[in-house]
Design a protein around this ligand. Structure first.
Ligand SMILES: Cc1cc2nc3c(=O)[nH]c(=O)nc-3n(C[C@H](O)[C@H](O)[C@H](O)COP(=O)(O)OP(=O)(O)OC[C@H]3O[C@@H](n4cnc5c(N)ncnc54)[C@H](O)[C@@H]3O)c2cc1C
Length: 379
């Protein structure tokens, strides 16, 4: 016997648009659609309260790609793809700042610094040799130098004296950003429902019928999938693999000799000061790519020890580090980290694969979703 109530089916059974995923991408895309089609009922569904995957589990870097990471990206894809991705991230951050303002999302324009430990000295030489070329390649994006050599002595870190500063980068407070994005969507008239896991759907020429784990069925004219690292559960053939990221925050360490955001090891390790007295550190996925290709959100001893040792030997040499917070989140990855935005079928659209910088990309992606939709409708 069906245990779904008459009221549940009446209240939630029909929508013009359903967006799966209440992360930064799903919420901003839903808001853009609602703004352009104010009479449409736009519903966002998420299996977890406050999302659960990445949007509230990231490091809060407003970054576009360190020099080492750009060289890595070019080697994996091409100059064209790498510059395109950098540009989307840069524009995405400008759109976030334009929409919400720096204060509301806790953005601080500290710049981002790439540092090199003694074991990275070969990589440092490679990066320094390519700085002029990278700057020339990226100048078309913002008309400025993306990278400058800088002196890292005052940080007290056990790193080479020369680092690379990305002056346009900064840090934001992820909880403030998520709150602003969610409030903005609600205010625009988007409906957000959590505890709603979508299992699959059927599509015919008139509508899409969604099946939820609760047994509820929802029909809509169009479906937008923003499930990023979880997308393979819905569409197994998609070129988006889950990639777990583990993050740790130290106990209070007193006053710190540095502020801002830092990249190391081609961007695989990232750390920042939080609240003036703690350090957040995360990443290190290149230690075990295969093991971290998982949707299981746990923290492992291997990564806890690796990142703790990096802090004790490189970032805060000689200090004994204890963590107060530890968590993991799931990213959507591929060799090519450019997002997939477009129609999967007549009525189902995708906005997935945000790589490691979906905070930066999210606002740009939401605008692009709207372009794709309007083009399809001949607007
Ligand atoms: C550890 C870590 C650190 C990061 N650091 C940064 C950073 O510093 N800067 C940066 O720019 N980016 C960073 N990122 C990446 C960034 O957080 C993500 O790219 C971005 O949040 C992705 O947003 P999204 O909306 O696409 O996906 P998500 O936030 O992952 O949201 C997807 C949502 O879909 C829901 N969902 C999935 N399947 C279903 C289903 N079947 N039914 C219903 N709901 C479903 C999930 O519950 C989830 O809430 C980091 C990511 C991680 C994991």
């Amino acid at each position: 016997m069906n245990t779904i109530s008459y009221w549940e089916q009446q209240g939630f059974g029909k929508a013009d648009w359903v967006v799966i995923g209440a992360g930064l991408v799903g919420l901003q895309s839903a808001r853009r659609i609602k703004e352009s089609f104010p009479d449409a009922r736009v519903v966002v569904l998420d299996e977890h309260a406050l999302g659960n995957a990445a949007s509230l589990r990231n490091a809060g870097f407003a970054c576009f790609g360190s020099a080492g990471e750009m060289l890595d990206e070019i080697a994996r894809t091409s100059e064209l793809e790498a510059v395109g991705l950098y540009e989307k991230r840069y524009l995405g951050i400008q759109k976030l700042l334009g929409r919400y303002g720096a204060a509301r999302i806790g953005f601080q324009a500290t710049g981002g610094t790439e540092v090199f430990s003694a074991s990275d000295s070969e990589e440092a030489v490679r990066v320094f040799d390519h700085l002029n070329g990278l700057n020339a390649m990226l100048r078309s994006v913002h008309g400025k130098e993306s990278f400058e050599l800088c002196d890292t002595i005052s940080t007290g870190m056990n790193v080479l004296k020369d680092g690379v500063l990305s002056p346009l980068e900064g840090g934001l407070q992820s909880h403030l950003l998520y709150k602003a994005v969610r409030e903005d969507a609600l205010q625009a008239g988007v409906e957000i429902y959590e505890g709603m896991r979508v299992l699959d759907w059927e599509e015919n020429s008139d509508f899409v019928s969604l099946h939820l784990a609760s047994g509820l069925k929802i029909s809509c004219f169009r479906l937008l999938i923003c499930t990023n690292g979880f997308s393979k559960r819905l569409i197994p053939e998609l070129a988006v693999s889950p990639a777990r990221g583990q993050v740790f925050v130290t106990k209070s360490l007193g006053e710190l000799p540095f502020e801002g955001i830092f990249h190391a090891d081609k961007g695989y390790i990232y750390f920042r000061e939080l609240g003036g007295d703690r350090v957040l550190i995360g990443g290190g996925r290149n230690l075990d790519f295969e093991g971290e290709e998982t949707m299981e959100m746990v923290v492992t001893d291997q990564f806890r020890l690796y990142l703790k040792s990096y802090l004790e030997t490189v970032v805060l040499p000689g200090r004994v580090i204890e963590f107060d917070y530890e968590w993991s989140g799931v990213m959507g990855m591929n060799e090519n980290r450019n997002p997939i935005i477009g129609w999967h079928s007549d009525r189902v659209c995708l906005a997935v694969r945000m790589g490691g910088m979906g905070v930066a990309l999210s606002s740009w992606v939401a605008d692009e979703v709207l372009c794709v939709v309007e083009k399809d409708l001949g607007i």
